[in-house]
Design a protein around this ligand. Structure first.
Ligand code: ADP
Length: 446
């Protein structure tokens, strides 16, 4: 097992990884920018190294500085968290070349899933259902028109290098096709330096349902059920729950097994998430994330499995600590992403946290890196923390969530807590009756 792990991230996820390491008797190294000297992940880690100035491009994305930090401290493995370098195949390769273990999948798989055109054709060949669309990329405007007519309008243009909902444009009919394609291309070029595009059928009111998998180097592959992440704003997840209100045990078992078989054939290593749109009882693959997800705690809550611990075990060459038969789904869990944002306009609200009191009690988990007196820097994302609530069933979970949202005190900055209070009181939410556009419609109501 590793003696010392360097955590190449910040905020709540750096703390999350630190906690798993401490429980495994592993010493941790925090890295930080000059803007994060007082951050909780730096205070709690066994050692810390400043790796550069505030902008992420010069610190948390600075590969040479992170390698140096490993060498200075003698860390023999790196956990990348999510975001930053977590899906950077080159980073994984460079670490390997320095004899440092990347706690994540093989770089080939990161690369493969990072190109969404390659990802889609790969998983299709492995038996995973995909959204109807172009087989491969778009080669010309004429071909785009031909494919669009075959699959039927509306269609969605998506960037091969896409992420965070950028480089996507809907064309509602033939007349709008070229404009949508050209806008998506230029957006993708600006965001990713790559304007390769593909096109697929635009689904009207699907849910976003994703399946968690874990695979080790000993041939074991397990699925841990699904998460429903349909509540999104601008393609960003806001609230996630497990299990999905839209699936029953048979549906879960069916998609779980399809994914498990495919991931086994791929020879994948570590944790991964296969994201689907789900409409009229059918699943359609949209992408695979080759890392730990922000919303992983809802799966941990209903399975009792520590996903970060499993990641570390697997990276160290051990077997994962459970089999598919041993996985049991218990109750229901919901996560709210509490951001430092105005709950109506979503304008970022950086500043100093004047008062901070987290809710507690049975079934309540708060993953957060902030404290009273902490100054939220303006350079990074606005996540203050994640509130994860578990109950014996969905009703109990919602009642508990309502109670904890009322208990949560964050003073000094605006937060999205008021939004969650309204959202979970809505009858559609209570009935589990929502889709990926529902939240935007809800927000536009008054
Ligand atoms: P990104 O990598 O940019 O996040 P995804 O492929 O994961 O892109 O899609 C992000 C979101 O865009 C999905 O969660 C869904 O809300 C929407 N979306 C993607 N593909 C489609 C589609 N074919 N039809 C309708 N909505 C889609």
């Amino acid at each position: 097992m590793f003696e010392k792990v360097l955590i190449a991230n910040r905020g709540e996820i750096a703390l999350r990884v630190h906690r798993a390491c401490q429980e495994m008797g592993i010493s941790t190294v925090a890295v930080h920018s000059t803007a994060d000297s007082d951050a909780m992940h730096v205070r709690l880690a066994n050692e810390s190294v400043c790796i550069g100035p505030a902008p992420a491009s010069e610190s948390y994305l600075n590969i040479p500085a992170i390698i140096s930090a490993c060498e200075i401290t003698g860390a023999n493995a790196v956990h990348p968290g999510y975001g930053f370098l977590s899906e950077n195949a080159r980073f994984a390769e460079i670490l390997e070349a320095h004899d440092i273990t990347f706690i994540g999948p093989k770089s080939d798989h990161i690369k493969m899933m990072g190109d969404k055109i390659v990802a889609k054709s790969t998983v299709k060949a492995l038996g995973i259902p995909v959204v109807p669309g172009s087989d491969g990329g778009i080669t010309s405007e004429e071909q785009a028109m031909k494919v669009a007519k075959e699959i039927g309008f509306p269609v969605l243009f998506k960037a091969a290098a896409g992420g965070g909902g950028r480089g996507m444009k809907v064309a509602k009919d033939e007349d709008h096709l070229l404009e949508a394609l050209r806008t998506a291309r230029s957006e993708a070029k600006a965001a990713f330096g790559d304007d390769a595009m593909y096109v697929e059928k635009y689904l009207g009111q699907p849910r976003h349902i994703e399946v968690q998998v874990v695979a080790d180097a000993h041939g074991n592959v397990v699925h841990l059920g699904e998460r429903d992440c349909s509540l999104q704003r601008r393609h960003q997840k806001v609230l996630e729950e497990a299990p999905s209100p839209a699936l029953n045990d048979a549906g879960r078992e069916k998609i779980g097994e399809i994914v498990r078989r495919a991931i086994g054939k791929l020879g994948y290593l570590g944790v991964g998430t296969i994201e689907f749109l789900y409409e009229d009882g059918e699943f359609y693959f949209i992408e695979m994330n080759t890392r730990l997800q922000v919303e992983h705690p809802v799966t941990e809550a209903i399975t009792g499995i520590d996903l970060v611990r499993e990641q570390i075990r697997i990276a160290a060459g051990l077997e994962m600590s459970f089999t598919q038969e041993e996985v049991q789904f218990n109750g229901h869990a919901i996560e709210c992403r509490v951001n430092a944002e105005n709950p109506k306009t979503f304008a970022p609200s950086p500043g100093t946290i004047r008062g901070f009191h987290t809710p507690g009690g049975l079934g309540v988990r708060v993953d957060s890196g902030v404290y009273t007196g902490y100054k939220i820097p303006p350079y990074y994302d606005s996540l203050i923390g994640k509130l994860i609530v578990h109950g014996r069933n969905r009703n109990e979970c919602i009642m508990r969530l309502r109670r904890t949202l009322n208990e949560f005190v964050i003073e000094g900055v605006d937060t999205t807590i008021p939004l969650f209070k309204d959202l979970i009181a809505d009858p559609d939410f209570m009935n589990g009756d929502y889709h990926i556009h529902w939240l935007e419609e809800f927000l536009a109501r008054d």
